[in-house]
Design a protein around this ligand. Structure first.
Ligand code: HEC
Length: 459
């Protein structure tokens, strides 16, 4: 199932977008309508043109990265630019290398809110356009251009909520020294302007200005408050925020402190970096049915220790010129509904697999990620395929590393690799976005509702 409009934002737990720069919200809807129309049209014919057939596809699935100042090596905003790369655009889309979607299509759950990959029909349209000489066509057929803005100039979820965040928390400035090593400061901000307890519906992180954006690698802000400590949001290249499920939220209390837990990557001049966290709340006095921890980290190794239930884990140690597989298991102490999944490894990473072993012994492969360090994509499940795991279910995390010369990202296959924060070290965890459903009756009702649906409607 694919979502043709930005509707998915309404319930998405995370967004898959280019981190540094994002599209202005306003024109996106019009554009999506056009894409939907383009998709509905029949098989490509000889008169496929750029403006009529191809441009809207590039707008939706490519331009967020392929434009000046963003992450991709060339821009696709104009006909001339696309024309120059037409053959490669054809090859990369046919091979499904672009847009990046590092997820195994052959096993596990295949239905997402944020899947902007191309349909077979769209791939064929692009191929027909290139084979037909990549004609421009009539400019009058073109979809309205998207007004792209730097990340620091807007909030992505503002479109969905129709208002800026209810509360913005700003990190104290941190000077990232030019041309140095990566830096992991933990600037702390007191939360001010909160009059009573509130429940968070969505959360987004952005650099305060473009310069802060240059050095922003990722941030894992956490919350300290009377109700306890806990992660607030984990961000990464390709993930800017989280919208919790429609029935879930996270509590924030007056007097809370936010520790920003940043990872900065130096630029060629000193940068005074400031990050902003935007929070959207449930209406005052409204408590969502469930409290969600958001994304929870499950590891395949225990190199830096962990307090959670662990049946068997080991330190990461990957020999030169070899592959290695690590597994971690966790027993779920509560009924759990999984809303999203995001891998995390570094440059020797190859695959990450999440499996569930149900209390009755049934084993299900939920997802297999084809790891690519360039893309920290969050895969957000459609509501009706979100895994429902009764308490006692075992989560089995498998992380597979390739430290051979066959791995194109491997900087040196002759090194021993250990766990660590540097990109040349390794990590093995999966971020699982989840919501606990403590009440057995409610959980059972969810399971039964799922089972009542005919098979055909399940994907
Ligand atoms: C999330 C960001 C992102 C999106 C979305 C994206 N690209 Fe890319 N693309 C990149 C980056 C980064 C590179 C360079 C690194 C690489 O090749 O992986 C690239 C490389 C390419 C290349 C190879 C360029 C070369 O120099 O040979 C082509 C062709 C391409 N993209 C086409 C597309 C098309 C067509 C789409 C949409 C259907 C698309 N990309 C969507 C980020 C993106």
């Amino acid at each position: 199932m694919r979502i043709e409009s930005r509707q998915w934002l309404a319930e998405a737990a995370a967004a898959v977008m280019c981190l540094t720069l994002l599209p202005a919200a306003a024109s996106a809807q019009a554009q999506d309508a056009r894409v939907a129309m383009a998709r509905a049209s029949a098989a490509p014919t000889a008169d496929v043109t750029f403006h009529k057939d191809v441009e809207a596809i590039l707008q939706r699935s490519c331009q967020t990265c392929h434009r000046p100042g963003s992450v991709a090596p060339f821009s696709m905003l104009t006909y001339e630019e696309a024309r120059r790369y037409a053959q490669r655009i054809r090859d990369y889309t046919e091979d499904r290398v672009m847009p990046p979607w590092p997820y195994d299509r052959t096993v596990g759950i295949q239905s997402f809110k944020n899947d902007h990959t191309l349909t077979d029909g769209e791939i064929a349209t692009i191929a027909a356009w290139v084979d037909g000489g990549a004609p421009e066509g009539n400019a009058a057929d073109a979809p309205p251009p998207i007004e792209w803005k730097p990340a620091s100039e807007y909030w992505e979820y503002e479109e969905f909520y129709g208002r800026p965040p209810d509360l913005v928390i700003e990190s104290p400035p941190y000077v990232v020294q030019a041309n140095g090593m990566d830096q992991w400061p933990e600037p702390v901000a007191e939360v001010i302007g909160l009059e009573g307890e509130r429940w968070i519906r969505a959360i987004e992180i952005r650099p305060k200005d473009p310069r802060s954006g240059y050095v922003f690698h990722h941030g894992n802000p956490s919350l300290e408050q009377e109700a306890g400590r806990g992660g607030l949001i984990a961000s990464a290249v390709g993930k800017r925020g989280e919208i919790y499920p429609e029935d879930a939220g996270k509590l924030i209390q007056p007097g809370a402190r936010v520790s920003f837990g940043m990872h900065f990557h130096p630029y060629d001049e000193d940068v005074e970096a400031v990050m902003q966290l935007g929070l959207w709340f449930y209406p005052e006095g409204e408590r969502p049915k469930y409290e969600t921890p958001g994304e929870v980290q499950f590891r395949a190794d225990q190199s830096t220790g962990s307090s959670r239930d662990i049946a068997r884990r080991a330190d990461l140690l990957i020999p030169p010129n070899s592959t290695a597989t690590y597994q971690g298991t966790y027993v779920l102490r509560q009924n759990t509904r999984i809303q999203s999944l995001r891998g995390h490894m570094h440059v020797r990473g190859k695959n990450q697999i999440l499996e569930a072993i149900y209390p009755d012994g049934r084993r299900e492969l939920i997802s297999k990620l084809n790891w690519d360090h360039a893309w920290h994509t969050a895969f957000v499940y459609e509501n009706d395929v979100r895994p429902l795991l009764p308490r006692g279910t075992v989560l089995l995390i498998t992380s597979i590393f390739d430290n051979t010369a066959d791995n194109p990202l491997n900087p040196d296959p002759n090194q021993w690799v250990v766990a660590g924060s540097r990109t040349v070290d390794e990590m093995s965890h999966i971020w699982v976005g989840l919501t606990y459903i403590p009440d057995d009756g409610e959980f059972q009702a969810m399971v039964e509702e799922r089972e009542r649906r005919p098979m055909a409607a399940r994907d």
